[in-house]
Design a protein around this ligand. Structure first.
Ligand code: FPP
Ligand code: MG
Length: 287
């Protein structure tokens, strides 16, 4: 299945989407897409098939998010912990990602017409050269798009991201680019892999598990958490609408964490610009 699919909503579902759109719509929703293997067992198919169905559900969900006006989506596609699974399963997931990123590049015209900016967040040094090359191409191709944003967490854990951020900041202090007094919460946020993205308004985890599994731990301090009982490949527009409806009911109580972008001194601004340049240069070196 493609990354971008046509809308398949019925007239009644479209009507419900429009009703929900009368309330506040989250700007950014994150998904822990859990339950692919249980879906495979339940339906007596191979695990790999469960993951393929998981990708198809991701495409559908992205379309629903667009229809709802949710402009940014972050998905947990592969945790660093997942490397501990059997070598067969890791290989299957890597092959699926390779195939899907290749398809993404083949669909360039469609993707660019939709103006989707895709970022792969994670420790890319843990991936094969082929995946690094594809990920670099996907990111560089879409980096200036600004109609919708998709962040794919791949070879990601939050603790690894925070460790990387601490190293970046320590190195900045050590080489004199910034001073210890420049370190504040905003600086940490801007050095994470997710720098530039607003924090998620909602995080959804499917499959009934009530854990965060080391996903976006810094970024979700004020997010609405929505645990859904359904397995990821069975997730439907109704489950998504229920999550958004819950967010709307809690909206007046949600604490807004605003990042302060105006008061950064020139030293910090320059440090952050250099960091972006270094990250771009790192990606270009993969091609
Ligand atoms: C969790 O279900 C799912 C994963 C570890 C993989 C998710 C990957 C996809 C949906 C494909 C996405 C691919 C790209 C390129 C974005 P599980 O395996 O933990 O299943 P279980 O909880 O039933 O054991
Ligand atoms: Mg699981």
């Amino acid at each position: 299945m493609s990354w971008i699919v046509e809308s398949s909503l019925t007239a009644f579902q479209k009507f419900c989407v429009n009703v929900i759109k009368c309330g506040p719509i989250p700007k950014h929703v994150a998904f822990i897409m859990d339950g692919n293997r249980r879906y495979a067992t339940k339906n007596k198919v191979q695990k790999a098939e469960g993951h393929v169905k998981g990708f198809d559900k991701l495409s559908e969900t992205l379309q629903w998010c667009l229809e709802l006006g949710i402009v940014e989506v972050t998905v947990y596609a592969f945790s660093i912990e997942n490397f501990k699974r059997s070598s067969d399963e890791v290989e299957t997931l890597m092959q699926l990602a390779t195939e899907k990123f290749r398809k993404f590049l083949d669909e360039e015209d469609k993707i660019m017409a939709h103006g989707v900016c895709v970022r792969i967040i994670g420790n890319l040094s843990l991936l094969s050269e082929e995946l690094q090359r594809l990920i670099a191409k996907v990111t560089l191709m879409t980096k200036d798009n600004n109609k919708a944003y998709l962040n794919v967490a791949f070879a990601y854990t939050s603790r690894d991201e925070i460790k990387n951020t601490v190293e970046t900041i320590v190195e900045g202090v050590r080489n004199g680019s910034i001073e210890i007094d420049d370190i504040d919460e905003d600086l940490v946020s801007e050095c994470l892999y997710t720098s530039g993205s607003p924090d998620p308004d909602i995080i959804v985890r499917t499959s009934g598990e009530m854990r965060l599994s080391d996903f976006l731990l810094w970024q979700i301090s004020s997010s609405q958490i929505c645990f859904s009982q359904v397995l990821w490949p069975e997730f439907s527009i109704w489950h998504l609408l229920a999550c958004v409806f819950k967010y709307q009911r809690c909206y007046p109580n949600l604490k807004k964490v605003e990042t302060c972008k105006v008061n950064k001194n020139e030293r910090v601004q320059e440090f952050l610009e250099q960091l972006q340049q270094q990250r771009l240069a790192q990606l270009k070196s993969y091609i």
